[in-house]
Design a protein around this ligand. Structure first.
Ligand code: ZN
Length: 367
C-alpha cells in the first residue's frame, strides 16, 4: 500500500483508512434518525424502510408471486409501502392531524419529513422527528395487527400511541426552545414540561483600518457546494483606507477550505507585486488564520507560502467576523463564477464603501 500524507503533510491512521476504504454514495437522512432521543426500535425500522428492507405486495409480485393485492387498511388500492405510508386514507388523516399541530404541509416522503422542521427551534425539530418517525413506524406495523389479529386501526388509538412515544422521548430531549408561542404550543400538547430557552443576542462589531505603513488584504473564499465551483476574492487597502485594488479568481472545483487558503496565498503574492513589505491578512475563516499562524499550510501551497513569507518583512494575520468582510465575500462569490485560473483584477478602483466610510459604521452579528 502506498500511504500518502494528508493535506497538511501529516501521516495519520485516519489518512491510511481513508486510503483503503471504498466510499458509498453519501446520503443525509441517517443523520436525522440516529439520535439519542429517538428510541432505537423506531430508528432501526426507519432505517429498514429507507434501505428498502421490507416485503409488501409490490415486492412479492416482482418476485413472481401471483397475489391479489389490496391495502388491508383502506381496502381501496393496491398494497405497497408507498401507499401505506403516504397515500392511504388512514395515513393521510394521521399526517393531517400532526401537520395541523406543527402547521406543516403534509409530507409525501421521508426526505420531505427531514426538510419540514428546518427553520424551527432545536426542540421543535426533535419533537417533529419523534412524531414523524413513530407515525411512519406505526403505519407500517399496524398492518400486522389488521392481518394477524383482525384489529381495525382506530385513529384515536393511533394518536394516543404517538403521543405516548413523544412523551417518553421527551425525557431524553436536551435541546432548547425559542421564546415563541409556537414552541410553547407544542410543549403543551405533548406535556413536555419545563424546557430551557435559548435567546439570541446581537453583537456589535467594527471594521478596523490597517496600522500605519501596513497594507491590508481582506481575503475570502467561496464555493457553491463543498466541494463545488469555488473562487476567492481579495480587496487591498492602504493605511489611509484607500482601495488599492481588488481581485476575483476562479479555483475550479474545490472545497471551501482550499478556496480560503488560496485567497491568502494570492494576497501574499499580490503584496509582492505591489512591493508591500508590511502586510495584514484578514480572513473570516478561523481555521485558515490558525493554519497560517502555525505554519501548517496544505503541502501543495507550501512552496508558494514559504516564498511569499520570505518576500515580506512583516505579515500579520487577523481574524474578523463575516459581517465586516462583505466586500471580499462579494468578490469571492464573483470569483466562483470564473473558470479555474481565470482572474479579474482592478487596480485602484474603489468598490463598495470607501474604507473611511466603513470605519464609521457599526455592524451587527447575531449570536
Ligand atoms: Zn390503504
Amino acid at each position: 500500500m502506498v500511504w500518502s500524507a494528508d493535506l497538511k503533510g501529516k501521516f495519520s491512521t485516519s489518512a491510511a483508512v481513508e486510503r483503503i476504504r471504498s466510499r458509498e454514495p453519501k446520503v443525509n437522512w441517517p443523520a436525522y434518525i440516529w439520535k439519542p432521543f429517538l428510541h432505537p426500535a423506531i430508528a432501526s425500522n426507519i432505517w429498514k424502510l429507507q434501505q428498502q428492507i421490507y416485503v409488501d405486495d409490490k415486492v412479492m409480485i416482482k418476485n413472481g408471486f401471483e397475489v391479489v393485492s389490496r391495502c388491508c387498511i383502506c381496502t381501496a388500492e393496491q398494497d405497497c409501502m408507498e401507499h401505506t405510508l403516504w397515500k392511504c386514507q388512514f395515513s393521510i388523516n394521521a399526517w393531517a392531524w400532526i401537520c395541523s399541530i406543527f402547521e406543516f404541509e403534509i409530507p409525501q416522503s421521508f426526505i420531505d419529513v427531514c426538510k419540514l422542521a428546518h427553520h424551527k427551534s432545536p426542540l421543535s425539530k426533535e419533537v417533529w422527528m419523534i412524531v414523524a418517525c413513530s407515525i411512519i413506524k406505526e403505519l407500517w406495523f399496524q398492518k400486522n395487527k389488521k392481518l394477524f389479529e383482525e384489529k381495525s386501526p382506530q385513529l384515536n388509538e393511533f394518536k394516543r400511541k404517538i403521543w405516548q412515544f413523544v412523551y417518553e422521548g421527551g425525557f431524553r430531549m436536551k435541546d432548547t426552545k425559542w421564546g415563541q408561542s409556537y414552541d410553547q404550543h407544542i410543549i403543551d400538547i405533548f406535556q413536555l414540561g419545563v424546557r430551557q430557552i435559548k435567546y439570541s443576542y446581537i453583537k456589535e462589531c467594527f471594521w478596523k483600518a490597517p496600522d500605519q505603513n501596513f497594507i491590508l488584504f481582506c481575503c475570502d473564499g467561496s464555493s457553491f457546494g463543498n466541494p463545488g465551483a469555488a473562487g476567492f476574492g481579495i480587496i487591498a487597502r492602504d493605511s489611509s483606507c484607500e482601495v488599492i485594488g481588488e481581485m476575483s479568481g476562479g479555483v475550479g472545483t474545490a472545497t471551501n477550505y482550499i478556496a480560503e487558503i488560496l485567497a491568502v496565498i494570492y494576497a501574499l503574492e499580490w503584496a509582492f507585486v505591489l512591493k508591500a513589505q508590511k502586510v495584514i491578512i484578514r480572513s473570516d475563516s478561523k481555521t485558515v488564520i490558525n493554519d497560517f499562524c502555525n505554519d501548517c499550510v496544505p503541502w501543495m501551497f507550501r512552496a508558494r507560502w514559504l516564498n511569499a513569507k520570505q518576500n515580506s518583512e512583516n505579515i500579520i494575520f487577523q481574524h474578523c467576523f463575516r459581517e465586516v468582510n462583505f466586500s471580499a465575500d462579494d468578490l469571492a462569490k464573483r470569483g466562483a463564477g470564473l473558470r479555474a485560473g481565470e482572474r479579474i483584477i482592478h487596480n485602484g478602483r474603489p468598490s463598495f464603501l470607501k474604507g473611511v466610510e466603513m470605519l464609521n459604521i457599526v455592524y451587527y452579528r447575531i449570536c
